[in-house]
Write a protein that binds this ligand. Sequence first.
Ligand SMILES: *[C@@H]1O[C@H](CO)[C@@H](O)[C@H](O)[C@H]1NC(C)=O
Ligand SMILES: *[C@@H]1O[C@H](CO)[C@@H](O)[C@H](O)[C@H]1NC(C)=O
Ligand SMILES: *[C@@H]1O[C@H](CO)[C@@H](O)[C@H](O)[C@H]1NC(C)=O
Ligand SMILES: *[C@@H]1O[C@H](CO)[C@@H](O)[C@H](O)[C@H]1NC(C)=O
Ligand SMILES: *[C@@H]1O[C@H](CO)[C@@H](O)[C@H](O)[C@H]1NC(C)=O
Ligand SMILES: *[C@@H]1O[C@H](CO)[C@@H](O)[C@H](O)[C@H]1NC(C)=O
Ligand SMILES: *[C@@H]1O[C@H](CO)[C@@H](O)[C@H](O)[C@H]1NC(C)=O
Ligand SMILES: *[C@@H]1O[C@H](CO)[C@@H](O)[C@H](O)[C@H]1NC(C)=O
Ligand SMILES: *[C@@H]1O[C@H](CO)[C@@H](O)[C@H](O)[C@H]1NC(C)=O
Length: 351
Amino acid sequence: MAFRWLVNAILLGLPMGTTVGVLRGIDIHRASIGQSPLFDGSDSDLIGGGSGSGSSTAADDDITPGDNNITTSQYCQKSLEINPATKGTHYIFNPNQWGWTEGTEGSLCMNISTFNNHTYATNTTAPDFSVTWQYPAGDDTAPVHAYPNIKLSSDNLPVKLSKMKSLTMDIEWSYGIGTTPVAATNITSLTTNLVNANVAVDMFLDSSKSASQNSTKASFEFMVWFAMIGDSAEPIGLQQGSLQTQVLNNVTLSVFFLCIIFRVCPQLTCFLSDLYAGQNDLEQYVLTWLAPVTTEKFSGDIMPLFTAVLEANNATFPTSDDYLGSLQMGSEAFYSNVNVTFSVPAFSVDL
Ligand SMILES: *[C@@H]1O[C@H](CO)[C@@H](O)[C@H](O)[C@H]1NC(C)=O
Ligand SMILES: *[C@@H]1O[C@H](CO)[C@@H](O)[C@H](O)[C@H]1NC(C)=O
Ligand SMILES: *[C@@H]1O[C@H](CO)[C@@H](O)[C@H](O)[C@H]1NC(C)=O
Ligand SMILES: *[C@@H]1O[C@H](CO)[C@@H](O)[C@H](O)[C@H]1NC(C)=O
Ligand SMILES: *[C@@H]1O[C@H](CO)[C@@H](O)[C@H](O)[C@H]1NC(C)=O
Ligand SMILES: *[C@@H]1O[C@H](CO)[C@@H](O)[C@H](O)[C@H]1NC(C)=O
Ligand SMILES: *[C@@H]1O[C@H](CO)[C@@H](O)[C@H](O)[C@H]1NC(C)=O
Ligand SMILES: *[C@@H]1O[C@H](CO)[C@@H](O)[C@H](O)[C@H]1NC(C)=O
Ligand SMILES: *[C@@H]1O[C@H](CO)[C@@H](O)[C@H](O)[C@H]1NC(C)=O
């Protein structure tokens, strides 16, 4: 048993951490090679696929008065930064198929629905997006093919943890078999079709401002997993057991105890999560808050997850002098026998 655990940790746990680190490296490299101004949804080079990489940035002055239409654009590139225009908080999208080689089996396309008037429901609301993908099982040592994601682009980053008062998020997502978004996630039907993936917010921290924005250099990776689908996707430290449990969103004492005892939140708004931690082979400490029950909707402040870590008095954890440098949300795509669609109809971050 102990031997199996060790094997799992080596084959599954460690490479996962590495791969997340590596993909961050790719993102940062993309950012460093500059951006070409392109994004109006009518650019035929960008719609319906093609390959290669680069970036796509919006201009903020191309609004036609009275045009409240919604434009959906599809991106099937291996890697591409898409920066839609908005009057509110900016977000950068990337299909980010970093663990896939063009021309080999498998595919991933990301659809983004942008408002032509650049005015979303709130100042922090992101455009809706969905991702349809299918990959065969990869190498055990490099099982992740892609991390299609949305990234917060804010002048408030990096932020010192001692200065961070709250980190409020609204997230709504679904995962389903097929090429169209499903209304509700059915984990049984996903695992029956051998879907292996997660749904996660991924953040990086360091005592240096610049290193906190570099995913390979940062000392800490800090994640919140809303779902763990299939046997391949598991956070570092899972096999060692949870270090602590938190219930978020202003719950009463009785709700708190129900949550802790039955391992399910009795009300829709509360969020139960367990902390796992360990080191990846880039020697970064990876801290993961994992919801033991698939959580398709989250609305609230995740600051208590940072506070709990700061108060844990563990020498391998971040301190209040560290900076949060980047924040992304997406799904790590391991493999699937069939096409699956990950849909994110609501996302916003207020920092
Ligand atoms: C908005 O979409 C409708 C339906 O596709 C189209 O008829 C109309 O011309 C569009 N409006 C603008 C301003 O592009
Ligand atoms: C912008 O377009 C969206 C999508 O059609 C619409 O819901 C919203 O009301 C529009 N906002 C303004 C300020 O016109
Ligand atoms: C949204 O941002 C604009 C410009 O920064 C600001 O004037 C407005 O008050 C903000 N609205 C809300 C609801 O925060
Ligand atoms: C994404 O966009 C393409 C092209 O418009 C469309 O064929 C496909 O059905 C869309 N996928 C989803 C999941 O909405
Ligand atoms: C989920 O999928 C399984 C297997 O396909 C099916 O038996 C079950 O009825 C589904 N559950 C719901 C709530 O649709
Ligand atoms: C991030 O850190 C790595 C490792 O130290 C370095 O090779 C890379 O150039 C850095 N990236 C940026 C954009 O600074
Ligand atoms: C928490 O819930 C209590 C009782 O439901 C309410 O009075 C209080 O205002 C809430 N606090 C926050 C921060 O939402
Ligand atoms: C401190 O964190 C490490 C992971 O980085 C973990 O292995 C260890 O058990 C933690 N120590 C305590 C006392 O929780
Ligand atoms: C998945 O969907 C894409 C696009 O619709 C299609 O080209 C591909 O053949 C599908 N793959 C499988 C395994 O069904």
